[in-house]
Design a protein around this ligand. Structure first.
Ligand code: HEM
Length: 402
């Protein structure tokens, strides 16, 4: 638990001792330093964990993924969780090569910068309403503000009716529990059930939008094409689930981790506003300082040397984003928040072909929130506890008044 509370101290010790350490239990090489983490994120020598699921043989044989990786079965642990796997089958995060390129190209066509920019007045209104609702009372920054705020924005972008946003929130919470190191049978069953309901719901909405198109992302996903190739229903459903899960949890935890960091600084909000030239500098520095996403796994797709170590083809590696973001080789005084920091290229948005497709939306959404936060006087009611998860780093709750 001490590690979860403050992983940076221990990761810092590891990082100074060695660029890589071997985790016997999980069979993983952990990379700690910025340069290595960025190389693993951005080169095609490493691929994401789940690209070897049965059924991709045909598609993968067209790509540059070594065919030795094709035909890997999904791990026995999850063998019975059909809906969870169905919800992930075409998740961009789990694909490589040509299939990833084509799918990402189509999703990007539907994720129009214009449609994201148009959401700013809605973000302003939603954020103001939520703060107004909680004004003068003790409230939980996560459950009473960040969660409804973030889910309503992604829901609005996708075209999900507001009355169903809470369902999305519940499904998302249950599904993301599958992404940590250890998953209990109860959490896996809950994720399976949530995935089932989520798939049915999205299929239904998609059918409606195919009949009656609207100006929303689900409609656009059903219409975009390249050389007469359209996304299939399964691909659209996986993409909607991915956009909600990837877009929601990281944003909520950035708000929680970020506000907590601001409140523990020895500076008033007015001083912070004076110091930072731009709200984006605040957002980027808070994400670097306490990253909402701490690690990702990859497979080495060929023999490779990283950080002076030989990693053989097929090995599993993990990259520690929070550790990379505090590497003193790259970031001056990394354990301190500095809104004037020149080096802004932290690892928290990922890199290479999986670079976060939602950065534009996330930056706008977080910018609106932190602008509103810095206009208020916040007090921390009690020191919050961490959720206990490492991969998705956040608090259980964050009781404040404003
Ligand atoms: C603070 C907020 C966010 C952070 C820190 C973040 C971080 C990341 C990271 C690190 C990756 C790469 C994962 C990997 O290397 O395997 C990623 C991918 C992705 N993100 Fe984000 N994200 C955020 C918000 C969003 C939002 C708002 C959306 C969309 C609504 C989104 C959608 C995605 C998608 C679809 C991918 C997969 C891209 C691919 O594999 O091609 N993210 N994100």
């Amino acid at each position: 638990m001490e590690f979860i509370k403050n992983p940076y101290k221990i990761m810092g010790q590891f990082r100074e001792d060695t660029s890589v350490f071997w985790d016997e239990i999980n069979g993983l090489y952990f990379f700690t330093r910025y340069e290595d983490v960025r190389t693993i994120q951005s080169t095609k020598t490493f691929g994401t964990t789940f690209n070897h699921i049965e059924g991709f043989e045909e598609e993968l044989s067209e790509t540059d993924i070594p065919l030795t990786f094709v035909g890997y079965k999904r791990s026995d642990k999850y063998a019975t969780y059909d809906n969870f796997w169905k919800s992930e089958e075409f998740s961009l995060l789990n694909l490589e090569g040509q299939l990833h390129k084509e799918l990402r190209g189509l999703v990007a066509k539907a994720f129009l910068p214009r449609s994201v920019q148009q959401l700013v007045p809605y973000m302003e209104e939603k954020s103001n309403d939520l703060f107004e609702k909680n004004k003068g009372t003790e409230f939980d920054m996560l459950k009473d503000y960040a969660q409804p705020y973030s889910v309503s924005i992604i829901g609005k972008l996708l075209g999900v009716p507001e009355s169903d946003h809470l369902k999305f929130l519940d499904w998302s919470h249950k599904i993301v529990k599958m992404y940590d190191f250890e998953v209990t049978a109860e959490n896996a069953n809950n994720a399976e059930e949530a995935a089932k309901q989520f798939i049915e719901y999205t299929q239904n909405l998609l059918d409606k939008r195919r009949k009656h198109p609207e100006d929303d992302m689900i409609t656009r996903l059903s219409q975009v094409s390249e050389d007469n190739n359209y996304l299939t229903d399964d691909q659209i459903i996986c993409t909607v689930i991915l956009l909600l899960n990837a877009g929601h949890e990281a944003t909520v935890n950035t708000l929680g981790n970020g506000l907590h960091a601001l409140l523990t600084l020895d500076q008033s909000f007015d001083e912070i506003k004076k110091e930072a030239e731009d709200i984006n500098d605040i957002v980027e520095e808070l994400i670097r300082y306490d990253s909402p996403l701490q690690f990702f796994q990859r497979y080495a797709l060929e023999d490779v040397e990283i950080g002076g170590h030989n990693i053989s083809k097929g090995s599993k590696v993990a990259i520690l984003l929070g550790s990379a973001n505090r590497d003193p080789r790259v970031f001056e005084n990394p354990d301190q928040i500095n809104f004037k920091r020149e080096m802004k290229d932290h690892s928290s948005w990922g890199g290479g072909i999986h670079f976060c497709i939602g950065t534009h939306l996330a930056r706008l959404e977080l910018g609106v929130s932190f602008n509103h936060i810095l206009e208020k006087q916040f007090s921390l009611i009690e020191e919050p506890s961490r959720t206990g998860a490492f991969g998705i780093r956040g608090f259980k709750n964050l009781l404040v008044s404003a």
